[in-house]
Each structure stands twice: as structure tokens, then as C-alpha cells.
Design a protein around this ligand. Structure first.
Ligand SMILES: *Cc1c(COP(=O)(O)O)cnc(C)c1O
Length: 414
């Protein structure tokens, strides 16, 4: 690699995905496009979102309630539009995925189904320092079951003076606590460090020992290739407003492995999960739809799902393999220009491309906030975490190698 504008431009020229940038609105300041490295927080707006939204608004305007049943794709089956692209993105069968609710809601719903303490097995193994919402969900979910989180949660931390987890430590912990574990549930990609976990190995270990395993894929979906079905993951959930670009608060999604489609799992149900052929009979006694659809509770948020669908099509069309290839190069180039910049920093994110997604988390040694402010002044949108962490996430759909080089230049002059 070379730390030069010419080199960055050559990489852009050779990038087979370069046309995808044009499918998004890039925010501007004073007429100049910002360098947006914040797709880990809120992905940019696909230009197709407005049209997708407008289409449903027109149906509502012209047909009112009939929109549920009329037209080419009635709202009644709006969730089905997303199944194919979602299945492709997370490595699932269409029956195993469904868009619904928001992430933390889905986490509680799936905990209800998959956390079945009993016969000495009561504990949930997770990683320490996971995203706060996940921590609060686990803590309070356990309390509603009459359990003390301090006893029932087994949190695995990185080793002293290491930022990230070693797969062997997670596998050993699962092995060691095999007789007391009722569930393994953790992020698939850590929001703070950018580490991607070896989900295949963790799922395999848990499965061998008969322990159900689930992943929060908020930072993994659309970022790294996933094979949830083949890995034998029992369940998963994610949000769509980060790397899936489905808009602020966009609809979440769930995965439930085919092996659990026999309707026997306990669940918190609502009418939208009821057997669709008989839903409007309004009869007593819950009969779930087959597959992930049977976890739906409520009338879908049609407008959000329409935008979600438009956004998913872009990611599915580009394909996770191609996106990942570019992503590794883009993030590798960012790491290279940062190291060349001379700015004293520690990169918390694993150095190996296999151990990370697109995000790099930088611990700035001196006045990190000043560095971050300089980035912002220069039109670079990253993300700041107290006390001294800058997270930068160049995304392969809409970021360029030239942008990465420009970010490096700002660090160089800091
Ligand atoms: C972004 C994120 C969330 C957010 O949850 P919402 O219910 O969508 O607000 C939760 N968990 C993780 C790991 C996240 O990265």
C-alpha cells in the first residue's frame, strides 16, 4: 500500500462496487459532501427510500384500509417482501427470518422462547461490557423470571491488558460451565471494539453440549458474511438502521432456525403471529404461523418495512461476499494511513481482517477530543466515546478509498 492520493484513486478506479455510492444521498456541509464514517450508528439514506415510502403513502391515500388486501403487494404480506434479501444477507432460509419490532423488543421475545432454565441449568453466558441495551434486557429479563442476575449471568471479559476476547477463552468457559448453562447469548460483532466473534465455533461448541445459542447481530448484519443456518445458530436478531441503511429506528429482524419451527417453543404471542389463513376468524387459542413469522406480535409498521425493503435490495444486490472483499481492503487501507500518520494511538480492533468488520476503534493517547473535533471541522463524521475513543467505520457501499486517504491526512496534521 501507498499513502498517496494517486494510490487511493487507483483503488477507487478498480473497485467493482464503486457505482453503489451513487445509490445513496451523501450529507453535505457548505455544498461539500461530508466524509461519512458513521454507518455503524446510522447508515445513509438510499435514494430509493423516498420512492418506496411514497408508494405506500399513495396506496394509503387512495385506498385507505383496502391497502391491506389490494394491489400488487398488499400490506397484509408486507413482511414477505423482505424475506428473500434478508435470508441472503444472514445466510438463512426465507422461512427462518422475519422483519418485526425493534431490536431490544425482539431480544426479550426470543429470550422468552429460548431461555428455558431448569434441571440445574439456569445460567446465561454472555460477554462482559456488551451494548447497554443488551445488558439491561438480560438483567431485567432474569428478574422477571425470579432470578438474580448476579447469579444467573456469566460474563466473559477479555484478559487483563487485552482489548478483545480470545475465542478459546469463550469456548473454554462454555465447556467449563456446561452443566449450569441454559443459554449462550452475545453480540456477534462487538459495538465498541469492532471485534467479530467466531460465531461458527461458538455455535458449534454450544450445540455439541446441548446449549441453545443466540446472537445479537446489530453490528454484524450487512457488515460481515453470516451463515446462521449452516452454523446451527438457534436464534438471532438485529437492527436495520446501521449497516442495512433502513433509516432511524428502522424495523428490526429475527432469525429462528428451522429446527425450531414445530411450534412447540413457548412464546409471547400476538395476533400477527397467528396462522395467517385463519387470523381473521378471530377465534380463541393461539395457533402460530410456521417459522420466524410466528413470533410476530403486532400489525407491521408498513412504512418502515417499505423503506427497509428498498434498502435491503441494495445490500443483497451487491452481495455480502463482494462487500466484504472491498470492506477488508478499505479498512486495511484506513489502518495503514492511520499508522503512517504518526498520531499516537492504540487501535483496539483486532489487526487481522478475519477478526473485525469495517470499524476501527482508536484510543487516542493525548487529547483525543481535540483530534475528534478536528475531524469534525474537516467534514469527517465519526463517533466519539468518552474518555478517549474514536470509532471510524468506512462502509463498502458508499465510502471510497480517497475518503480514507483524506481521513489519514487529518490525523497526520493533528
Ligand atoms: C445498536 C444496538 C442496539 C440498539 O437497540 P434498539 O432496540 O434498536 O434501540 C442494541 N444492541 C446492540 C448490540 C446494538 O449495537
Amino acid at each position: 500500500m501507498e499513502n498517496s492520493l494517486a494510490f487511493a484513486r487507483r483503488l477507487d478506479q478498480a473497485d467493482p462496487l464503486r457505482s453503489y455510492r451513487d445509490r445513496f444521498y451523501i450529507p453535505e456541509r457548505a455544498g461539500k459532501p461530508l466524509i461519512y464514517f458513521c454507518g455503524n450508528s446510522l447508515g445513509l439514506q438510499p435514494k430509493s427510500a423516498r420512492q418506496a415510502l411514497d408508494r405506500e403513502l399513495v396506496i394509503w391515500q387512495q385506498h385507505g384500509v383496502e391497502g391491506w388486501f389490494e394491489g400488487e403487494s398488499p400490506w397484509l404480506t408486507v413482511h414477505q417482501r423482505c424475506k428473500q434479501p434478508l435470508a441472503q444477507i444472514v445466510g438463512a432460509q426465507p422461512s427462518e427470518v422475519c422483519p418485526m419490532n425493534n431490536l431490544t423488543v425482539n431480544m426479550h421475545l426470543l429470550l422468552t422462547s429460548f431461555y428455558q432454565p431448569g434441571a440445574g441449568r439456569t445460567k446465561i453466558l454472555t460477554i462482559g461490557g456488551d451494548f447497554p441495551s443488551d445488558q439491561y434486557a438480560l438483567e431485567t429479563h432474569l428478574q422477571t423470571r425470579g432470578l438474580n442476575p448476579a447469579d444467573a449471568l456469566l460474563e466473559i471479559f477479555p484478559r487483563t491488558s487485552e482489548y478483545t476476547w480470545r475465542t478459546e477463552d469463550i469456548l473454554t468457559a462454555i465447556e467449563e460451565h456446561r452443566d449450569s448453562l441454559a443459554l449462550v447469548l452475545m453480540s456477534g460483532l462487538h459495538y465498541y471494539t469492532g471485534q467479530v466473534f467466531d460465531m461458527a465455533a461458538i455455535a458449534q461448541k454450544a450445540r455439541e453440549l446441548g446449549i441453545p445459542v443466540g446472537f445479537d447481530l446489530a453490528h454484524a448484519v450487512g457488515n460481515v458474511p453470516l451463515k446462521l443456518h449452516d452454523w446451527g445458530v438457534d436464534f438471532a436478531f438485529w437492527c436495520s438502521y446501521k449497516y442495512l441503511n433502513s433509516g432511524p429506528g428502522g424495523v428490526s429482524g429475527i432469525f429462528v432456525h428451522e429446527k425450531h419451527h414445530d411450534a412447540s417453543l413457548p412464546r409471547l404471542a400476538g395476533w400477527w403471529g397467528y396462522d395467517e389463513t385463519r387470523r381473521f376468524d378471530m377465534t380463541k387459542g393461539f395457533v402460530p404461523m410456521t417459522g420466524a413469522d410466528g413470533w410476530q406480535l403486532s400489525t407491521p409498521t408498513v412504512l418502515a418495512v417499505a423503506v427497509h425493503h428498498a434498502a435491503l435490495q441494495i445490500t443483497a444486490e451487491a452481495g455480502l461476499e463482494a462487500l466484504r472483499q472491498k470492506s477488508e481492503l478499505l479498512t486495511g487501507f484506513l489502518e495503514f494511513v492511520l499508522r503512517q500518520s504518526g498520531q499516537p494511538m492504540d487501535i483496539m480492533t483486532p489487526a487481522s481482517p478475519a477478526g473485525r468488520g469495517c470499524q476501527l476503534s482508536l484510543l487516542i493517547e493525548n487529547d483525543g477530543k481535540a483530534v475528534f473535533n478536528r475531524l469534525t471541522e474537516q467534514g469527517i463524521i465519526g463517533d466519539w466515546r468518552e474518555p478517549n475513543c474514536i470509532r471510524l467505520a468506512p462502509t463498502p457501499l458508499y465510502n471510497t478509498f480517497e475518503e480514507v486517504w483524506r481521513v489519514g491526512q487529518v490525523f497526520q496534521s493533528s
